[in-house]
Design a protein around this ligand. Sequence first.
Ligand code: 5AD
Ligand code: SF4
Length: 438
Amino acid sequence: MKRFYIETWGCQMNDHDSEKFAGTLKGMGYEPTADPQDADVYLLNTCTIREKAEEKVFSRLGVLKSYKQAKNGEMIIGVAGCVAQQEGGSIFQRAPYVDLVMGTQALQSLPQMIENIADKRGRQMDTSHHKDNHLFPVQTIERRSTLKALITIMEGCDNYCTYCIVPFTRGRERSRPAADIVAEAQHLAEQGFKEIELLGQNVNSYFAETDFAGLLRRVGQVPGVEVVRYVSPHPKDFNRAVIETIRDVPSIATNIHLPAQAGNSWILKRMGREYTREHYLEKVQMIREILPQASLTSDFIVGFPGETDEMFQETLTLLELVGYDRIFSFAYSPRPGTGAIKHGDPVPHEVKQTRLHHLQALQAQIQEKRMQARLGEETWVLIDQVKPEDKFPLCGRTRDNALVHLQGDWGQPERFYGQKVAVRIVGAGMHSLRGEMI
Ligand code: 5AD
Ligand code: SF4
């Protein structure tokens, strides 16, 4: 029996691609193994969004080389994902024991490439742009969860934010037909999946025969689908129709990720974000009016080229004005080939770290208050983890994606797995809530 092992770094799109690789390999007669050293095919699915991604990949490949040597060379090592797309054949030069380089749009070439390697036809590489990669056959997906399913709705990005590598690694935007997406959601609901996460590099610029609002409504109304989430959105595409759809369809998540990146309009312009601070705040205002129960989250980059202390202060004041429930913050890292590379990386490392620290400290204060304010709230939680021996045997997420641990004595807590239960919030930490069933 031939075995495979897949190691996945990066975003949900990579997680889902790995589910597609797994299904493809199973279709070829391979079985998954829990022991990486035992694999006949080892795929490393990589990410290059920030910092020394290439170095990390080559250092990991050094370890895989030792696995391969221990098996007398009987291991096919493949590099997939965004580093593979970006580096292409140079991976073979630096790591000659690699057999396969598979770009982000070459999923359907995998069987042929594996066969060619097994037939001793030498190394294989496909980093070409397959325009129909997003139309991958859904019956071939080997899903890791039985509760939560990832669905590709579009691939690629046409925004070209000047710091971002994604348009180069994932190509131009392509949307899947809405009817296919809805059919996939229906099929998954019939199989017992409760939660759907719609995936794309830029989900809300989705456009096939309907727009993102239309698609959300259709997926949200599929019988049996209890929660619909989506990742990643761009603030420019959050229009009134999307927010009203979220308000009107109870299964659609109410957490809104509105990645600001910075609070200063000059920096935003230099980042190519297509909104000013004022436009962004108007959007926040619109969301608060239409969907007051929304929780807002954001991503921030500190130390983008040209960012002065005064400009950074505007990121801090934006945090105070908006009141995010959570933020993800990063030090700027220059990415090869992107628009901002021409500005160099003038903000010193220590300055970036200090700004990051300030940002996170301010958010901690804001977050603590916001979490405390939820005490007494009554809400539903979709249970997605059961640990009978734990002090909190049940765990799940609210409509707005807050993590809730549930205390109580229910005999067989397993029966709650995948159930939506009514809960009162009785405790709040920085990253999670505690609740009681009501
Ligand atoms: N440097 C630092 N952070 C980055 N991000 C994307 N590209 C870079 C970069 N070059 C961050 C952005 C984005 C998140 C996924 O990663 O904040 O929203
Ligand atoms: Fe990483 Fe971005 Fe590629 Fe996802 S799309 S794997 S986050 S570089």
